[in-house]
Write a protein that binds this ligand. Structure first.
Ligand SMILES: [Zn+2]
Length: 365
């Protein structure tokens, strides 16, 4: 996975690699940009380039191999959502006293620490920054550079002040990468000690154009759908599993229709029965939840007179019919219920059971 696999923002990537080449990479870098613009992907790539055991050059600039022990271990942190969920689950299974003292980290390589915001407040806490302070002055163990990646710029005030102390005197062999959707929320003193790079999410039209070349087998309407669902992230769009999404969406529509037409459960149970426990069922349920969220958001657009915002434009007819049967409160309640299903999934409740409960609870009386 060398830099050529990073899509978009070519100029920014070039500048960052150029600084690597000149050994002028700043100790603190803010990667700022909307969700889907590739901040985390790029941060891990930089960590790999800094620590690759078989560093190479492409286009005259430093690159990484993606295959050596350092590259592959750093890449294990790539699925941030999954690693984050694992860390949260591990903490939830601890004794109460240990739980309080345990802060969240994602670490797949001894020299690269990923610091996600800590739930439920989803803020970076002071104890997380303390871990950075405790380790940053030790020379890297297996790489050349210690890399710290903060995946959010929402800091508790005390945590921000602690970070500032590190930025005042960073060691030569450490780099701090701050990822931010809104760098304005960082302390001005943190910003002034960092170099900020802006990453742009791609417009849906740009992604559609790319998909026309990369997925000519998709119909234009499908490409438009994928472009909107992938929220500006080209990599996500290119690897989008359209067949799985369309199947999940068909089930999601059955669920919503069943909820709206109270009393008829035959079809609903036929669908929910196919959602079994286990790894495969989990992935299938995740697709379903994703499709349900997307449909609920579209229903909101349809009912507020903004049909041009609809993602699932190929099923607009069905959405309009559904929309006539529900109001704003119903859609909001459905989103809340769906969040409950997700929480239940984390606790491994029987999936089909919680899906039935979801649909039945939404029935209109
Ligand atoms: Zn490598």
């Amino acid at each position: 996975m060398p830099f050529s696999d990073f899509h978009g923002n070519a100029e920014t990537v070039h500048r960052l690699r150029d600084m690597l080449a000149r050994e002028r990479f700043p100790h603190a870098v803010i990667l700022s940009g909307a969700g889907g613009s590739g901040k985390y992907t790029l941060a891990l790539m930089l960590a790999q380039a800094m620590n690759c055991l078989e560093p190479s050059e492409t286009d005259g600039l430093p690159d990484f191999c993606g295959r050596c022990a350092n590259c592959t271990r750093i890449a294990q942190a790539a699925d941030l959502d999954a690693r984050f969920t694992e860390a949260v689950e591990a903490r939830e299974n601890m004794r109460e006293t240990d739980k309080k003292e345990t802060r969240l980290f994602v670490q797949s390589h001894p020299d690269v620490l990923v610091i996600p915001p800590d739930p439920p407040q989803m803020m970076v806490k002071v104890d997380q920054v303390r871990r950075v302070i405790e380790t940053i002055y030790y020379r890297p163990a297996e790489g050349r550079e210690r890399v710290y990646i903060f995946t959010s710029s929402a800091f508790i005030k005390e945590a921000a002040n602690s970070l500032l102390k590190v930025l005042e005197e960073p060691p030569d062999f450490a780099t701090i990468l701050l990822l931010s959707e809104n760098s304005g929320e960082l302390l001005p003193t943190i910003r002034s000690r960092s170099m900020t790079f802006q990453l742009r999410a791609l417009a849906a039209e740009e992604i559609e154009t790319d998909l026309a070349a990369n997925h000519p087998e998709w119909k234009p309407q499908q490409r438009a759908l994928v472009a909107r669902l992938s929220e500006g992230a080209l990599g996500r769009a290119r690897s989008f599993d359209l067949a799985a999404y369309v199947a999940a969406r068909a089930d999601a529509l059955t669920l919503l229709n069943s909820a709206v037409r109270a009393g008829e459960h035959g079809e609903l149970f036929k669908v929910t029965e196919t959602y079994r426990p286990g790894a495969e069922g989990k992935e299938k349920t995740e697709h379903l939840v994703h499709a349900l969220y997307s449909l609920l958001r579209d229903l909101m657009f349809v009912n507020s007179g903004a049909p041009q915002m609809v993602c699932n434009s190929d099923v607009t007819g069905e959405l309009v019919k559904l929309g006539e049967a529900v109001d704003f409160e119903w859609i909001a309640a459905a989103s809340d219920r769906l969040a409950e299903v997700q929480r239940g999934m984390r606790r491994n409740l029987l999936r089909s059971l919680s899906l039935d409960a979801f649909a039945v609870a939404l029935e209109r009386n």
